[in-house]
Design a protein around this ligand. Structure first.
Ligand SMILES: [Zn+2]
Length: 684
């Protein structure tokens, strides 16, 4: 290290001195990331070398615990950096991201392929029965051993070198993929003017479009951006088919526009390298490698869930398609229905069937009150308290900071939330942690955050949400609770560090409480009159809830099936987009419905490998959450204290400390079948 290397014990990126144990964001400078990363990587490498070269025989303390507690400075700078890369990026951060991603990959490859270190872990693993360890420690030891093996610890030197090179390249490709999607999203705007251009659009949407135009220096005009919060309602309400087609094409072509931001080559190389990686590690396919430590375990089990659901959903969607075509024809529109039309006629059918217009709900769904509803549910179920702390700087001025307390008044967690869309933020909604909870060494209290992409309201007006957006807010907050309520001792199994097809249980389950009557009555109040949502409207909303479940399920399952098809091949497809088209044809994809995420912008699957061969997880978890909420309904009280306690202990607090199936059984007493999910989805 040069003389100018930053002092990690003092630097604000790695020594957090802000209020509530946060970093002092006001003291952070983008230019510091690169040198601090270098210093933190070097410090971690030195810690690892000391563990690996320890002359004493391996013990849990000197090896497993030392390994888990190593790299604190790297964890800290990484947490801030990846938060910025997703939620508030810029050219410098992006350039650094392309550099850091492969550097991190190289660093962790070197750790996992360190023969002396693996020998110590292997010694503990082989002796695990005789060491008198508690169950959580045994599980962490087994998971650690397996992680090393899956990262190449048992390969020969040539295999190790090749795997490290593959991982490094995959890291670069993942970073490039996400940046390309963001560039296509940020680079496309359709400006409209008052009058015919806005035909059919409700006020909440034109307000959001006016705000988006003003933010881009086009005050007085109306901007359609590629944010889902604008695109979906535009497609639902605009009577201008020509404009709908334009917007739909731009939205579904993200990442597929030729030139520098086209993801075609990125996807092709990613799939080829993933398949090669799986072969190198002795698996039949990348899906087999990824599913090895999930609840589903095999691609066949995933298809066993998805395929029957797909057939039911396709049949349902087919019936609705005929109705949509009828409505279009009645309105004098004889052109065949296209994918750019579905949401528009769907909205008309919803009104015909349920006398229910989504836009009627919005005045009752104020962001502020939905946040309160989220907190209210957490307080009723788990006794948590929330206090907003103003004036604490974070990564952007929009970010809000809440201190979360236990029922006895003690500190539990810090929760940060960043709700509005802006050009520096990638699309979607997510939860992550600046600091995970654990009880090892000095321990740590959780600092977690939620990122949303709601349209910013005009000045002086409240932000109003759609029911889907309100559900998304509950969903991400469910993930946040999984992080905040963790009681795991070991960091590597804390909070959301569970198998991918279990991780959506706490989030999807939490969504159910949004629409329970007590919560709606108290929090879904009209932004002008303060009146609660009328019972008749609540009933219509609930009745219409599964309206067009076929469409929603086809959208989702098509993406999940294509994801699985890509990764279950032993050899990667030579032309991924042709493969996508062939797969959809083989499945009998209705031409009038688009995948929820097409390949060139499928961030879950290609921006890093988080949900690769894993998009099905949402539905897998849904089987669990449908059944878990039924458990509350069966008691006659959706806030039943005894059941809430069981839920907390076995699901929200347990992290990955036990096998997920064992956790679920401890909560519910049995495993669910997919039927309850299909009934709840309206597919049965
Ligand atoms: Zn989720």
């Amino acid at each position: 290290m040069s003389a100018a290397a930053p002092d990690l014990a003092r630097h604000p990126l790695t020594r957090w001195t802000g209020p509530l144990g946060l970093p002092d964001f006001s003291a952070l400078a983008d230019a510091d990331f690169a040198p601090v990363f270098d210093a933190a990587l070097a410090a971690h490498a030195a810690e690892i070398a000391a563990i690996a070269e320890n002359a004493d025989a391996a013990t849990v303390e000197n090896t497993l615990q030392a390994l888990e507690l190593s790299g604190e400075a790297l964890d800290r700078v990484s947490a801030i950096f990846w938060c910025r890369a997703g939620a508030h990026t810029n050219k410098d951060i992006q350039a650094l991201e392309r550099e850091i991603a492969p550097k991190m990959s190289r660093h962790f490859s070197a750790i996992h392929m360190n023969a002396a270190l693996f020998a110590r872990i292997d010694a503990l693993y082989q002796a695990r029965e005789a060491l008198g360890l508690d169950a959580e420690t045994v599980r962490v030891l087994e998971k650690t051993w397996k992680r090393f093996v899956k990262a190449g610890a048992k390969l020969d030197e040539a295999g190790k070198a090749r795997l490290a090179a593959i991982n490094e390249r995959l890291a670069s490709l993942g970073a490039a993929f996400g940046q390309n999607v963001l560039a296509d999203e940020a680079g496309w705007v359709l400006y409209l003017d008052a009058g015919d251009d806005l035909a059919g659009l409700p006020a909440f949407l034109t307000d959001a479009m006016a705000e988006a135009a003003a933010a881009r220096g086009e005050a007085g005009r109306y901007a359609v951006t590629l944010s889902r919060s604008i695109v979906e309602p535009f497609l639902s309400f605009s009577t201008r088919r020509d404009l709908r087609e334009k917007v739909f094409a731009a939205f579904t072509k993200r990442g597929e526009n030729g030139g520098e931001t086209d993801n075609g080559a990125v996807v092709k190389e990613t799939l080829a390298l993933r398949a090669e990686k799986a072969r190198l590690l002795g698996y039949d396919s990348f899906a087999a490698l990824k599913l090895d430590d999930t609840m589903a375990k095999t691609p066949a089990a995933v298809l066993g869930l998805l395929e029957p659901v797909w057939e039911k959903a396709r049949a349902k969607a087919g019936a609705v398609r005929a109705e949509l075509q009828r409505l279009a024809t009645q309105a004098g529109d004889n052109a065949p229905l296209t994918a750019a039309d579905w949401r528009f006629w769907q909205e008309k059918l919803r009104i015909e069937k349920y006398a229910f217009d989504e836009a009627e709900l919005k005045p009752y769904l104020q962001l502020e009150r939905i946040i309160e509803a989220c907190f209210d549910v957490a307080s009723r179920l788990f006794g948590l308290t929330f206090e907003e702390r103003k004036g604490i700087p974070a990564w952007h001025e929009d970010v809000r900071v809440f201190e979360v307390g236990n029922a006895d008044g003690s500190h539990r967690a810090v929760f940060l939330a960043d709700y509005f869309n802006r050009p520096s933020k990638r699309s979607g909604a997510w939860m992550s942690a600046l600091q995970s909870a654990h009880g090892l060494g000095e321990g740590a209290a959780p600092i977690v955050y939620n990122i949303m992409n709601f349209a910013r309201p005009p000045k002086g007006q409240p932000a109003l949400l759609s029911i889907d957006e309100a559900r998304t807010l509950f969903h991400e907050f469910g993930h946040a609770l999984h992080g905040m309520l963790s009681e795991a001792r070991w960091p590597s199994v804390s909070g959301t560090a569970v198998s991918r097809d279990f991780v959506e249980l706490p989030s999807q389950l939490y969504e159910h409480w949004l629409t329970v009557p007590e919560i709606l009555e108290r929090h879904a109040v009209h932004y002008r009159t303060g009146e609660a949502m009328p019972t008749a409207l609540v009933e219509k909303m609930l009745a219409a809830r599964n309206f067009d479940a076929g469409f929603a399920t086809v959208e989702f399952a098509a993406s999940a099936l294509v994801d699985m098809a890509y990764h279950a091949c032993a050899q990667a497809p030579a032309d991924p987009l042709a493969f996508e088209a062939e797969t959809l044809e083989r499945l009998g994809m209705p031409a009038e419905i688009a995948m929820r995420h097409r390949t060139p912008h499928f961030l879950h699957v290609f921006s890093g490998d988080g949900y690769s061969a894993g998009y099905y997880s949402y539905m897998w978890s849904e089987v669990l959450d449908a059944d878990a909420f039924s458990a509350f309904e069966e008691t006659g009280d959706v806030f039943d204290a005894g059941l809430a306690q069981k839920l907390r202990a076995n699901i929200y607090a347990a992290g990955g400390t036990k096998d997920p199936e064992a956790l679920y059984r401890a909560f519910r007493g049995k495993m669910p079948s997919p039927e309850a999910m299909m009934v709840k989805r309206g597919l049965a």
